[in-house]
Design a protein around this ligand. Structure first.
Ligand code: EPZ
Length: 426
């Protein structure tokens, strides 16, 4: 496993361009197997999760080729070449988003259950309930979800007990090819849901209301292709750089942003005394005065995103005063607290609440990433800390951040990747 070696204490300064959104790209890649004609996607981040998803849809028969470093040409199969491969599905939870498209287009699906991960159990009951509501028969056995949808799914009225991002996406995709109207209520409103709906409509689907509490879909008999579709910028990558700028007390200009998508993060940083100014699709984040502790509750969009919780915990660990973080989305997303405490942070975790007492500075040491966003947060902690920090399990970070080291180095960070087995940097 590679490691990142970071010498901290240098404020980040300069400009960084944000890449395409991982979570929008993964959902849109799943939707692309429903396209009857070729699709060209732009602004797709070349990250390991996207590369795994490309391998999965190639395995079921899609032709996928990179055109340049962020465009993908996709030709979906007219019939399935095979089931999504279990060993790849296990690597990538988002592969569960293939269930809806496979049922809708091919009438059957056999997808290995992705299982839980470090941040929580992450069941799929809402996915299954919604797809069953459209008439699919879903059986779970031997670690697989096996679905059949008869001649055609049928539009229905479906209420989600929780605004699950994945369940909203799976059911919305399936409903595009169902017979009749589907009304989805209490849905997720994340920007990635809107991006997926826009892509589906580019293929000829009839999806209305994405981004609101109710989505209405008029089923069509087949979907076409899409000459060009550009994926939205990654709001969590943007947020990660915003927090890194604040944490290192620097000043960073972020390009290729959609400011409303990061508003929950901008607002929270402003509460903490950070300057955040917008100028079109450029956001400038800087620290020019005293910082204040803040309280955070993670919520479905447009609330504060759970995917930014670890990064904020790292930042607040050196903001004088007491900050309280409540994690409402996942049941086990405070694992980073133990790693930060090894760097000198003062954090007390009680169930879904973490109380952070700011300390003057963190000190570098060896730390271990436990998931994607915790890994990013440990990089932020290393950039802030005095001395050297070595972050291991960088494979987690590579899942969701395109050229993270290069982008941070261009902002003045002193960090290098130590390849597995090369101890020369230690
Ligand atoms: C998506 O995961 C994102 N992943 C996650 O980003 C993100 O943290 C999450 O949404 C919340 O915003 C992708 O888009 C690929 P959920 P998803 O279904 O769809 C429970 C990252 O770092 N739930 O909204 O799996 C679930 O256990 C990743 O980029 C059920 O109980 O999230 C969780 O507690 C991490 N039953 C909560 O809902 C279900 O059927 C939110 O899950 C589905 C979900």
């Amino acid at each position: 496993m590679d490691k990142l070696v970071i010498y901290g204490g240098k404020p980040l300064r300069g400009k960084v361009r944000i890449s395409g959104a991982k979570n929008a790209s993964l959902a849109i890649l799943c939707a692309s197997i429903m396209a009857g004609e070729p699709v060209l996607l732009e602004n797709v981040p070349d990250i390991s999760d996207v590369r795994v998803m490309i391998e999965i849809i190639r395995h079921i028969g899609a032709e996928v080729t990179w055109e340049g470093d962020s465009s993908l040409r996709i030709i979906a199969p007219s019939k399935l070449a095979g089931d999504p491969p279990c060993e790849l599905v296990k690597k990538l939870r988002a592969s569960n988003l293939l269930l809806g498209p496979l049922l809708a287009r091919f009438g059957h699906a056999r997808v290995s259950l992705p299982g839980g991960c470090n941040i929580g159990v992450r069941p799929m009951d809402l996915h299954f309930k919604g797809l069953a509501g459209l008439g699919a028969g879903i059986d779970l056995h031997g670690g697989y979800a096996v679905g059949k949808s008869g001649p055609r799914l049928k539009g229905a009225r479906i209420y989600l007990d929780f605004p699950s991002v994945g369940a909203t996406e799976n059911i919305m995709m399936a409903a595009c090819l169902a017979d009749g109207q589907t009304v989805l209520e209490n849905v997720a409103k994340e920007p990635e849901i809107v991006d997926l709906a826009n892509f589906l409509n580019c293929l000829g689907a009839k999806v209305r209301g994405a981004g609101t509490d109710i989505i209405k879909i008029e089923g069509v008999s087949e979907l076409g292709g899409c000459m060009r579709y550009a994926v939205i910028p990654d709001r969590i990558e943007a947020g990660t750089f915003m927090v890194a700028a604040a944490a290192t007390r620097g000043q960073v200009e972020l390009e290729n942003i959609i400011p409303p998508h990061v508003e929950p993060i901008s607002a929270k940083l402003r509460d903490a005394g950070v300057d955040v100014t917008e100028n079109g699709d450029v956001l400038t984040v800087g620290v020019n005065g005293p910082l204040r502790p803040v309280d955070i509750k993670t919520l479905p969009y447009p609330g504060f995103p759970t995917d930014m919780q670890s990064q904020m915990m790292a930042f607040l660990s050196t903001v004088e005063g007491t900050s309280v973080i409540i994690e409402n989305i996942f049941e086990n997303r405070f694992q980073i607290a133990d790693e930060l405490k090894r760097m000198g942070a003062r954090i007390k975790v009680e169930g879904r609440m973490a109380v952070v007492e700011g300390v003057p500075a963190l000190h570098g040491t060896q730390v271990r990433a436990t998931d994607l966003r915790a890994g990013a947060a440990l990089v932020i902690a290393g950039l802030m800390a005095r001395g050297r920090t070595v972050v291991s399990n960088t494979c987690y970070i590579d899942r969701g951040y395109h050229q993270l080291e290069e982008k941070l180095r261009s902002l003045g960070a002193d960090l290098t990747r130590m390849r597995h087995g090369d101890g020369s940097l230690l």
